[in-house]
Design a protein around this ligand. Structure first.
Ligand code: XMP
Length: 510
């Protein structure tokens, strides 16, 4: 990988955003924790140091040895990174007296710096720090200040080393992307050659080399990640990829047959396994949300294990793991360390867990997975599908699960989702679904008194599912949907709309 940028993570909440911005410039980059430098540091064309919740003056602060990097390759130090450079190069870092959080405006000390090309005086930047650089190292040249921060940007003379106190990766730094472009393209001369197509070409080649003639087993979920991972593997090893798509009986209406057909149409070697009865049987009488989740997880492993054992000499387990999961697992803030490999050769685990893991998407963000999928010609409807939880409708049926309740909820959900699609609202919503409540209420239909179920509709806007707002769907749409549900779904006589945000509510009801 030639045009590769290394981001050293000091634990900032914004580190992933730096990577996003770099990738948006079509430049490949990797995040590595500051205390675990990759072996091939010399292969990277440029390095970015992230911010950090630590103070450089603290005993437990990250103080990595940068001798392999500093002065040897173009280096951009952000926030903590800038303070770290100053602190260890003869400068002085101290607690700041004034508020240094939020918006600020740049004024340039030196005009015509390549670093600030196409950025005008007064450009808004985002500050978020409690220490400040009081004195620059003697080898440093101040480039910019703000009203509260004298040393907002500097460079080191005789090196391609630049340092900024503000966060270019944050949306509020209006010229942040331009600044990263100036540094990476103009100063570091990194080529912007990382595109979905180039990713597909390199990944397919890598997969061919890695897997060779071995067999790979992969569990398809109907979601974007596992599908794109499967298509990449299929391109690389064709029929040696064995996909398993399990029907847990808790999918949306007709989803199992429709998605299975779609997979077959894509030429994937896929086996559909209808294990609905096994799941429903295991769930019988269970109302506790966490126990329901655990049962579904356990039965899935049993079914997947049974099926993967039927594939003789399978060596690899393909997975749709994406970059945020990987970064989480190597976090410098004490997140769980990367344990994927510890599955190997451990007695007592299901057989498929003893396989080697291959994860073609482990360096991609979610939107990049979609772009890669699109570049391989995947159906836009599949790529735009709302997230759907692994335990499926089980966590949208409050209380115990029966086949009858699943059938009712599938009908309600289909009317809601198809309505969103028909009225052009589906793509404006991040996730939507219906919930069957353990509530019966009195209604009247014709001259008859009814005593039937209540369903809730939920539609949210979000970017990552961590926070979410309920969507202000048009009243007329809600009215039509409610009418359709009550008229067409036997057993439902009342529809409510969930207007809770996350937090304090969650997206799913269980
Ligand atoms: P919550 O309900 O936690 O949901 O606000 C956030 C996002 O995660 C999905 N979700 C799950 N996905 N297994 C999954 O695969 C689960 O057990 C699970 N619980 C919640 C949820 O649909 C939403 O997108």
């Amino acid at each position: 990988m030639q045009n590769n940028v290394l981001i050293l993570d000091f634990g900032s909440q914004y580190t992933q955003l730096i990577a996003r911005r770099v990738r948006e410039l079509n430049i490949y980059c990797e995040i590595h924790p500051y205390n675990n430098l990759p072996d091939n540091v010399s292969d990277f064309k440029a390095v970015i140091l992230s911010g950090s919740p630590f103070s450089v003056r603290g005993d437990d602060a990250p103080h990595p040895d940068l001798s392999e990097i500093r002065g040897k390759k173009p280096l951009l130090a952000v926030c903590y990174g800038a303070q770290y450079l100053a602190h260890f190069s003869g400068g002085e870092v101290a607690p700041s007296n004034t508020r240094e959080y939020g918006r600020a405006n740049l004024s340039f000390v030196k005009e015509k710096e390549q670093f600030f090309e196409n950025i005008t005086k007064g450009s808004q930047v985002w500050m978020s720090h409690s220490d400040t650089i009081k004195k620059l190292p003697t080898s440093a040249i101040r480039l910019a200040s703000t009203s509260d921060v004298e040393n907002a940007a500097y460079r080191i003379e005789g090196e391609e080393t630049y340092a900024i106190q503000f966060h270019p990766e944050v949306y509020h730094s209006t010229d942040g992307k331009q600044l990263l472009e100036n540094f990476l393209l103009k100063i570091a001369c990194v080529q912007p050659d990382w595109t979905p197509n180039s990713f597909v070409d390199t990944t397919v080649l890598e997969l061919k080399n890695k897997v060779g003639d071995d067999k790979v087993v992969l569990g398809l979920s109907g979601g974007v990640d596992s599908t794109v991972a499967a298509v990449l593997l299929h391109k690389a090893i064709n029929k040696n990829l064995y996909c398993i798509f399990v029907n847990n009986g808790l999918l949306r209406k007709n989803e199992f047959s429709a998605v299975l057909k779609q997979y077959e149409g894509m030429g994937l070697n896929v086996k559909g396994v209808d294990a609905s009865a096994r799941f429903l049987d295991a769930l019988k009488g269970e109302s506790d949300p966490e126990k329901k989740r655990k049962i579904i997880g356990r039965v899935f492993i049993e079914v997947f294990d049974d099926e993967s054992q039927k594939i003789e000499n399978a060596k690899w387990l393909g997975q749709g793991t994406i970059y945020p999961d990987v970064i989480e697992s190597v976090s410098v803030n004490g997140g769980p360390s990367a344990t994927i490999k510890s599955h190997h050769n451990v007695g007592g685990l299901p057989d498929f867990m003893k396989l080697e893991v291959v994860e073609p998407l482990r360096m991609l963000f979610k939107d990049e997975v979609r772009r890669v999928g699109a570049s391989m010609g995947l159906d836009p409807e599949l790529l735009g599908r709302h997230p759907f939880p692994g335990p499926g409708l089980a966590i949208r049926i409050l209380g115990d699960i029966t086949a009858e309740k699943v059938a009712i909820l599938q009908e309600v959900d289909a009317i809601f989702i198809n309505g969103l699609k028909a009225e052009g609202l589906y793509d404006k919503v991040w996730q939507a679904g219906a919930i069957l409540l353990p509530v019966q209420s009195v209604g009247v239909m014709g001259d008859e008194r009814t005593y039937e179920n209540c369903v809730a509709l939920r539609a949210v806007e979000s970017t990552d599912g961590m926070t979410a707002d309920w969507v202000n769907l048009p009243y007329e749409f809600l009215q039509r949907t409610s009418n359709a549900i009550i008229n067409r779904v036997k057993g439902v006589n009342r529809v409510v709309y969930d207007i809770s945000s996350k937090p304090p509510a969650t997206i799913e009801w269980e």
